[in-house]
Ligand binder design. Sequence first.
Ligand code: ATP
Length: 233
Amino acid sequence: MLSTEVKVSIYGTLSDKGLYSGYVSGENIPSQNALIISRKSVYDNFTGIVTAIAHLEDGTDKLVVSPRNEIMYEPEIRNLLENMKQLKIQKLSCLYEKSCGAVILHWDNKAQDYMILLVKNHNGRFYSFPKGHVELWENEKETAVREIKEETNLDVKILDGFREISDYCPYGKIRKRVVFFLAVAKSNNIRIQESEIDSYTWVPLGGAGGVTYDNDRRVIEKVRRYIAEHGRI
Ligand code: ATP
Protein backbone atom coordinates (compact mmCIF):
# COMPACT_ATOMS: atom_id res chain seq x y z
CA MET A 1 0.00 0.00 0.00
CA LEU A 2 2.95 2.33 0.60
CA SER A 3 3.55 4.64 -2.40
CA THR A 4 -0.01 4.17 -3.77
CA GLU A 5 -1.49 7.30 -5.29
CA VAL A 6 -4.73 8.45 -3.67
CA LYS A 7 -7.28 11.20 -4.12
CA VAL A 8 -7.45 13.28 -0.95
CA SER A 9 -10.31 15.42 0.38
CA ILE A 10 -9.31 17.43 3.41
CA TYR A 11 -12.01 17.85 6.02
CA GLY A 12 -10.24 19.16 9.08
CA THR A 13 -7.06 20.46 10.68
CA LEU A 14 -5.65 18.41 13.53
CA SER A 15 -2.74 20.67 14.41
CA ASP A 16 -1.24 23.89 13.13
CA LYS A 17 2.02 22.04 12.42
CA GLY A 18 0.85 20.28 9.24
CA LEU A 19 -1.47 17.50 10.36
CA TYR A 20 -4.95 17.19 8.84
CA SER A 21 -7.74 14.69 8.68
CA GLY A 22 -8.91 13.67 5.25
CA TYR A 23 -10.77 11.19 3.21
CA VAL A 24 -8.77 9.14 0.70
CA SER A 25 -9.49 6.68 -2.07
CA GLY A 26 -7.40 5.04 -4.75
CA GLU A 27 -6.82 1.93 -6.79
CA ASN A 28 -7.04 -1.06 -4.43
CA ILE A 29 -7.60 1.33 -1.52
CA PRO A 30 -11.16 1.45 -0.22
CA SER A 31 -12.34 4.95 0.67
CA GLN A 32 -11.35 5.68 4.24
CA ASN A 33 -10.37 8.31 6.75
CA ALA A 34 -6.65 9.00 6.81
CA LEU A 35 -4.11 11.31 8.37
CA ILE A 36 -2.76 13.89 5.97
CA ILE A 37 0.63 15.49 6.56
CA SER A 38 2.34 18.30 4.73
CA ARG A 39 4.96 20.99 5.32
CA LYS A 40 2.85 23.50 3.42
CA SER A 41 -0.82 24.31 3.92
CA VAL A 42 -3.11 21.98 2.02
CA TYR A 43 -6.75 22.62 1.16
CA ASP A 44 -9.70 20.87 -0.42
CA ASN A 45 -8.76 18.13 -2.88
CA PHE A 46 -5.42 16.97 -4.23
CA THR A 47 -3.54 13.85 -5.26
CA GLY A 48 -1.28 12.38 -2.62
CA ILE A 49 0.67 9.23 -1.94
CA VAL A 50 0.61 6.87 0.99
CA THR A 51 3.83 7.88 2.67
CA ALA A 52 3.43 5.82 5.86
CA ILE A 53 1.21 3.30 7.58
CA ALA A 54 0.69 3.75 11.31
CA HIS A 55 0.12 0.38 12.96
CA LEU A 56 -1.90 1.24 16.06
CA GLU A 57 -1.96 -0.43 19.46
CA ASP A 58 -5.61 -1.46 18.96
CA GLY A 59 -4.53 -3.64 16.00
CA THR A 60 -5.81 -1.34 13.24
CA ASP A 61 -3.78 0.48 10.59
CA LYS A 62 -4.12 4.15 9.67
CA LEU A 63 -2.92 5.48 6.32
CA VAL A 64 -0.69 8.54 6.39
CA VAL A 65 -0.79 10.50 3.16
CA SER A 66 1.25 13.47 1.92
CA PRO A 67 1.33 15.50 -1.31
CA ARG A 68 3.12 13.60 -4.10
CA ASN A 69 6.23 15.77 -4.21
CA GLU A 70 6.96 15.85 -0.46
CA ILE A 71 9.56 13.47 0.89
CA MET A 72 9.28 12.93 4.63
CA TYR A 73 11.27 10.54 6.76
CA GLU A 74 10.21 8.60 9.84
CA PRO A 75 11.33 11.06 12.57
CA GLU A 76 9.48 13.99 10.96
CA ILE A 77 6.32 11.91 10.37
CA ARG A 78 6.37 10.59 13.93
CA ASN A 79 6.84 14.12 15.25
CA LEU A 80 3.82 15.36 13.28
CA LEU A 81 1.64 12.44 14.36
CA GLU A 82 2.55 12.98 18.02
CA ASN A 83 0.38 16.10 17.86
CA MET A 84 -2.58 13.73 18.00
CA LYS A 85 -2.33 12.49 21.55
CA GLN A 86 -5.05 9.83 21.23
CA LEU A 87 -3.13 8.09 18.41
CA LYS A 88 -1.28 5.17 20.01
CA ILE A 89 1.30 4.07 17.46
CA GLN A 90 2.91 0.69 17.85
CA LYS A 91 4.95 0.83 14.65
CA LEU A 92 5.33 3.20 11.75
CA SER A 93 6.17 1.84 8.28
CA CYS A 94 7.47 4.61 6.04
CA LEU A 95 7.97 4.89 2.29
CA TYR A 96 11.15 6.98 2.45
CA GLU A 97 14.22 6.26 4.54
CA LYS A 98 17.40 8.24 4.90
CA SER A 99 20.72 7.28 6.43
CA CYS A 100 24.11 8.97 6.54
CA GLY A 101 27.57 7.59 7.10
CA ALA A 102 31.13 7.84 5.87
CA VAL A 103 34.04 6.13 4.24
CA ILE A 104 36.59 6.28 7.07
CA LEU A 105 40.24 6.44 6.09
CA HIS A 106 43.48 5.80 7.84
CA TRP A 107 46.94 5.76 6.30
CA ASP A 108 48.82 2.45 6.67
CA ASN A 109 52.56 2.93 6.48
CA LYS A 110 53.30 -0.72 5.90
CA ALA A 111 50.81 -1.06 3.06
CA GLN A 112 51.67 2.44 1.79
CA ASP A 113 47.96 2.87 1.13
CA TYR A 114 44.86 4.22 2.81
CA MET A 115 42.77 1.63 4.57
CA ILE A 116 39.00 2.01 4.69
CA LEU A 117 36.72 0.71 7.39
CA LEU A 118 33.92 -1.71 6.55
CA VAL A 119 31.36 -3.05 9.02
CA LYS A 120 28.96 -5.95 8.76
CA ASN A 121 25.70 -5.51 10.59
CA HIS A 122 23.51 -8.22 12.08
CA ASN A 123 20.65 -8.03 9.63
CA GLY A 124 22.81 -8.15 6.50
CA ARG A 125 25.48 -10.54 5.31
CA PHE A 126 27.53 -7.86 3.64
CA TYR A 127 30.25 -5.37 4.50
CA SER A 128 29.64 -1.69 3.90
CA PHE A 129 30.54 1.67 5.44
CA PRO A 130 29.24 2.64 8.89
CA LYS A 131 25.97 4.53 8.62
CA GLY A 132 22.56 4.95 10.22
CA HIS A 133 19.23 6.71 10.17
CA VAL A 134 18.80 10.46 10.39
CA GLU A 135 17.12 11.65 13.58
CA LEU A 136 14.85 14.65 14.02
CA TRP A 137 16.58 18.07 13.67
CA GLU A 138 19.94 16.51 12.73
CA ASN A 139 21.85 17.57 9.64
CA GLU A 140 23.50 14.93 7.46
CA LYS A 141 27.00 15.36 8.89
CA GLU A 142 25.72 15.22 12.47
CA THR A 143 23.98 11.94 11.69
CA ALA A 144 27.12 10.48 10.11
CA VAL A 145 29.36 11.49 13.05
CA ARG A 146 26.85 10.20 15.65
CA GLU A 147 26.22 6.90 13.87
CA ILE A 148 29.93 6.23 13.39
CA LYS A 149 30.55 6.92 17.08
CA GLU A 150 27.69 4.62 18.09
CA GLU A 151 28.64 1.76 15.75
CA THR A 152 32.43 1.89 16.09
CA ASN A 153 33.29 4.24 18.98
CA LEU A 154 35.44 6.25 16.54
CA ASP A 155 35.50 10.04 16.63
CA VAL A 156 35.86 11.22 13.05
CA LYS A 157 36.52 14.43 11.19
CA ILE A 158 34.46 14.83 8.03
CA LEU A 159 36.49 16.13 5.07
CA ASP A 160 35.19 18.96 2.90
CA GLY A 161 34.08 18.46 -0.68
CA PHE A 162 32.91 14.87 -0.66
CA ARG A 163 29.25 13.83 -0.56
CA GLU A 164 28.04 10.79 -2.45
CA ILE A 165 24.50 9.44 -2.67
CA SER A 166 23.37 5.82 -2.89
CA ASP A 167 19.71 5.22 -3.65
CA TYR A 168 18.22 1.75 -3.36
CA CYS A 169 15.00 -0.03 -2.44
CA PRO A 170 15.37 -2.29 0.58
CA TYR A 171 12.70 -4.97 0.84
CA GLY A 172 10.91 -3.91 -2.35
CA LYS A 173 8.94 -0.73 -1.77
CA ILE A 174 11.01 1.38 0.63
CA ARG A 175 12.90 4.16 -1.13
CA LYS A 176 16.15 4.62 0.70
CA ARG A 177 18.71 7.37 0.27
CA VAL A 178 22.12 7.02 1.89
CA VAL A 179 24.54 9.94 1.98
CA PHE A 180 28.22 9.07 2.42
CA PHE A 181 30.89 11.53 3.46
CA LEU A 182 34.64 11.00 3.62
CA ALA A 183 36.20 11.04 7.08
CA VAL A 184 39.42 10.46 8.93
CA ALA A 185 39.43 8.84 12.34
CA LYS A 186 40.83 10.93 15.21
CA SER A 187 41.60 7.73 17.11
CA ASN A 188 41.81 4.04 16.31
CA ASN A 189 40.14 2.58 19.39
CA ILE A 190 37.36 0.72 17.65
CA ARG A 191 34.73 -0.81 19.89
CA ILE A 192 31.85 -2.17 17.87
CA GLN A 193 28.26 -1.78 18.94
CA GLU A 194 27.44 -5.41 19.56
CA SER A 195 23.68 -4.94 19.30
CA GLU A 196 24.06 -3.76 15.67
CA ILE A 197 27.42 -4.85 14.29
CA ASP A 198 28.84 -8.36 13.79
CA SER A 199 32.37 -7.53 12.75
CA TYR A 200 34.60 -4.97 11.06
CA THR A 201 37.57 -4.99 8.73
CA TRP A 202 40.03 -2.48 7.28
CA VAL A 203 40.63 -2.98 3.54
CA PRO A 204 43.13 -1.20 1.33
CA LEU A 205 41.60 1.58 -0.75
CA GLY A 206 43.72 0.50 -3.73
CA GLY A 207 42.25 -2.99 -3.75
CA ALA A 208 38.99 -2.26 -1.94
CA GLY A 209 37.45 -5.66 -2.30
CA GLY A 210 34.95 -6.67 0.29
CA VAL A 211 31.94 -4.56 -0.60
CA THR A 212 28.92 -6.28 -2.11
CA TYR A 213 26.97 -3.56 -3.82
CA ASP A 214 27.84 -1.69 -7.02
CA ASN A 215 26.87 1.66 -5.51
CA ASP A 216 29.39 1.06 -2.68
CA ARG A 217 32.05 0.27 -5.30
CA ARG A 218 31.15 3.54 -7.04
CA VAL A 219 31.59 5.43 -3.73
CA ILE A 220 35.06 3.87 -3.33
CA GLU A 221 35.95 4.89 -6.87
CA LYS A 222 34.94 8.48 -6.00
CA VAL A 223 37.18 8.34 -2.91
CA ARG A 224 40.12 7.26 -5.06
CA ARG A 225 39.47 10.20 -7.39
CA TYR A 226 39.17 12.59 -4.42
CA ILE A 227 42.55 11.50 -3.10
CA ALA A 228 44.13 11.66 -6.55
CA GLU A 229 42.93 15.29 -6.75
CA HIS A 230 43.68 16.34 -3.15
CA GLY A 231 46.88 14.38 -2.44
CA ARG A 232 47.77 12.90 0.99
CA ILE A 233 45.18 13.91 3.55
P1 ATP B 1 21.07 1.57 8.42
O1 ATP B 1 22.52 1.22 8.62
O2 ATP B 1 20.87 2.70 7.48
O3 ATP B 1 20.32 1.66 9.71
P2 ATP B 1 19.82 -0.98 7.82
O4 ATP B 1 20.76 -1.88 8.54
O5 ATP B 1 18.46 -0.79 8.39
O6 ATP B 1 20.50 0.37 7.54
P3 ATP B 1 20.46 -1.45 5.03
O7 ATP B 1 21.91 -1.56 5.29
O8 ATP B 1 20.01 -0.32 4.18
O9 ATP B 1 19.59 -1.47 6.35
O10 ATP B 1 19.96 -2.81 4.40
C1 ATP B 1 18.57 -3.02 4.17
C2 ATP B 1 18.41 -3.91 2.93
O11 ATP B 1 18.89 -3.22 1.78
C3 ATP B 1 19.19 -5.22 3.03
O12 ATP B 1 18.36 -6.24 2.52
C4 ATP B 1 20.37 -5.02 2.11
O13 ATP B 1 20.73 -6.21 1.49
C5 ATP B 1 19.90 -3.98 1.11
N1 ATP B 1 21.02 -3.06 0.77
C6 ATP B 1 21.92 -2.55 1.65
N2 ATP B 1 22.81 -1.76 1.03
C7 ATP B 1 22.46 -1.76 -0.28
C8 ATP B 1 23.00 -1.14 -1.44
N3 ATP B 1 24.07 -0.34 -1.36
N4 ATP B 1 22.40 -1.37 -2.62
C9 ATP B 1 21.30 -2.17 -2.70
N5 ATP B 1 20.74 -2.79 -1.64
C10 ATP B 1 21.31 -2.60 -0.43
